[in-house]
Every structure is written in C-alpha cells, then in structure tokens.
Write a protein that binds this ligand. Structure first.
Ligand code: EPU
Length: 338
C-alpha cells in the first residue's frame, strides 16, 4: 500500500472555525487497509499524528508539525436486521448529516434529533454528539478502529467507549491513539418520538402526531435559526460544556440568581445552561479581534473574519473568568485544542 504524502498542507478547509493553520504533512486515508499501513510507513515513523474528520470540534492554535490524517472512508449499509432493530454501518468519513438523512430516506428512523450536526460519522462517538433530547450513545452498537502505533484493528462496544455527556474513552485514555474507521448503529423498529425539548416542541406545534421526518425538519429549522452556519461564520458549535453542579451548590446559586436555567439530572446533580451564564455576563455579540460570542447563542464562539485560534482561546479565558467570578462556576472547554 503506497499512500501519497502531501507536504505543507493547508488545514483551512479542514476545520470549521476556518483557521489558516498548516500541517507539515498530510495523508488522505480512504480505506481500513490504508489506516493499518500507517504504523509501518517509514516516512511518518515517530511523527506526531492528528486524525481529522470534518474538523468541526477542534481549535487549531498553531501550525501542526506532524502528519494530518484526513479520514475519507465511506460507505453506508444495513448489515443486519431482526424483528427489533436495524443494524447500520457507516464509514468514518461519511458526513454525519448526510448519513442521518439517508437512514430516514430508507425508512429507518431514530437519529432525526441529531440532524444537521456538522462533522463526520467517525467523529460522532469521540464526543458522543447530542442534541434536542438524544445522545448518539443511545443508538450506538459498536465501532471499528485501528490503533495508530501498532496498526492493529480493534472493535469497541458501547461499554468500552465509556460514553458520557460530550465524553468518551476517545477523549480520555484513548485520546489520539486510534483512528475510528466505521461505526455501527442500532435503530429500534419500535420508534417513539423525542419531541420534549422546548424549541423542537414549539417548531412542531402544528403537527398533531409528528413522524421522524417532521422532527428532523423541526431540528433543522431550530438549528438554522440559532446556530451559525460554519460555511458562513466559522465555529465549532458549543464552545463549553454545560456544567454539572451538586444539588447543594445549585440551591445556593439559585437563591442568588433565581433566573438560572437548569436541568435536573438522574443522579440528583443539576446541569446549568452555560449559554445563559455567559449571556448574563454580557458577552453575547462581544469579542476579541476576529473572535466573538455568537449574537444568537452565547455558547458558540465564532470567527467573524481573520480570527486566530489563539484569539478564540483568549476570548474563552475572559469568558471563563467572568462566569467564575459571578457564578462560582468553572466552565470546561468542549472542543479539542491543538
Ligand atoms: N440561553 C440563554 N442565552 C444564550 C443561550 C442559551 O439564555 O445565549 C439559555 C436559554 O434559556 C435556553 C438555554 O440556555 O433555553 C439552553 O440553550 P439551548 O437550547 O440553545 O441549548 P444549550 O444548552 O445551549 C445544548 C448543546 C447543543 C445542542 C443543544 C440542543 C451542549 C454543550 N450544547 O446547548 O449542542 O444543540 O443543547 O440540545 O451541551 C454542540 O455541542 O456543539 C451543540 C450545539
């Protein structure tokens, strides 16, 4: 297997913030065999490696002195079906939204709440993408990956992925070690709508009994209204996680800030809307240089033109300081930072 090694490679179109960073080298990985071959390729031995899908969850703060591995493994198919569910496999390089639309077009609902999320199928398990009342982990069966250092293939079931809120094994102990090559989803045939999320419920008001396509359309409409289109205004979606605090900490905060937007968790803790906290600190629409807080969703930082990753981080630090000072809450950054 001989792969083309590209040099002085622009990452501009490979990160949704639209930062003009460069990689010393890059390779397009379009098959599992190509992924396996990386470990024994003498040209990149001992070189730092960066696996890139759609680049929708990364902040490039500098040029990358290594090899960027651009995953382009495609393919989507039903691999098994029983009375209860469809098992569907998709290549890691498939566009996520395109995949969701394909499942619906083929009469297999279940992923509609996750419509229009930027990025690829292979990136979805890393941060366990979630939106409008559904997390990907709930529809996940297993994934296949290649360990970069050894070229060994490995399968991960749901337990091995250790999914949490915007979290998985691949953001922790597995960070940077694997290239995910394909993902298998289990879509139950007994479909029930998830339409409780306030914005989605409002968009669905006219529909008496919404089907999956109606929910898909509602989610697309809500996202288009609130979240910036990265092809127009660079961004990486929510820049911070919604912080989770103890019930006691929440009660104390609530007394001081009765308007705080919160969601009770099954374990008794309370999740706070970070967008609200940031908004209350007056950050909406404000910025530093080309980096700014989106004017319709304070949780999203945008590149309004010519921003650098360093400016975005500087802005993020200023926001964190204000939120900590006012609410005593420490915000955690969500995207991966290079
Ligand atoms: N809010 C404000 N001001 C703002 C933004 C939000 O007051 O500027 C308040 C509003 O009251 C709103 C509440 O915060 O009702 C929650 O806002 P929203 O419904 O927009 O959701 P979110 O909690 O800010 C999360 C996810 C999004 C996901 C939506 C819908 C995280 C970090 N973000 O945002 O995910 O689309 O819920 O489920 O959990 C992403 O991860 O990139 C992402 C966009």
């Amino acid at each position: 297997m001989s792969l083309q090694l590209l040099s002085d490679f622009s990452l501009l179109v490979h990160n949704t913030f639209g930062f003009d960073a460069r990689a010393r080298h890059a390779m397009h990985i379009d098959s599992v065999d190509a992924a396996v071959a990386l470990a024994t390729d003498p040209r990149i031995a001992n070189m730092p490696q960066l696996v890139l899908g759609g680049g929708s969850n990364i902040v490039l703060t500098r040029d990358f002195d290594g090899v960027a591995l651009i995953v382009g493994i495609t393919g989507k198919r039903v691999i098994d079906e029983d009375d209860d569910a469809w098992l569907i496999e998709a290549g890691a390089g498939e566009n996520w939204h395109g995949f969701v639309a394909w499942t619906l077009a083929h009469g297999m609902p279940g992923l509609e709440n996750l419509a229009l999320i930027p990025g690829t199928v292979g990136a979805a398990p890393i941060q366990n993408i979630g939106a409008y009342g559904l997390e990907m982990g709930e529809r996940f069966e297993r994934l296949s990956a290649v360990e970069l250092a050894t070229g060994e293939r490995a399968d991960f079931d749901r337990a091995a992925c250790a999914f949490g809120y915007r979290d998985s094994f691949f953001k922790r102990a597995g960070r940077g070690r694997f290239m995910i090559t394909s993902v298998v989803f289990r879509l139950p045939k007994a479909w029930t709508p998830r339409a409780d999320y306030a914005d989605v419920a409002r968009a669905l008001e006219a529909a008496a009994k919404p089907d999956a396509k109606a929910i898909f359309d509602a989610v697309v409409a809500v996202r288009r209204a609130k979240l910036p289109d990265w092809t127009v205004l660079g961004n990486a979606g929510s820049f911070f996680k919604n912080p989770v605090v103890s019930a006691t900490a929440f009660e104390t905060l609530k007394q001081r800030e009765p308007g705080v937007v919160s969601y009770s968790q099954a374990d008794g803790q309370v999740k706070l809307a970070a967008g609200w906290l940031i908004d209350q600190c007056g950050w909406k629409g404000r910025g530093i240089g080309g980096a700014a807080v989106h004017d319709r969703q304070a949780l999203v930082l945008v590149n309004r033109g010519g921003a650098t990753g360093a400016q975005v981080l500087e802005l993020a630090e200023a926001i964190k300081r204000d939120v900590l000072a006012r609410f005593g809450v420490d915000l955690e950054m969500e995207p991966v930072c290079l």
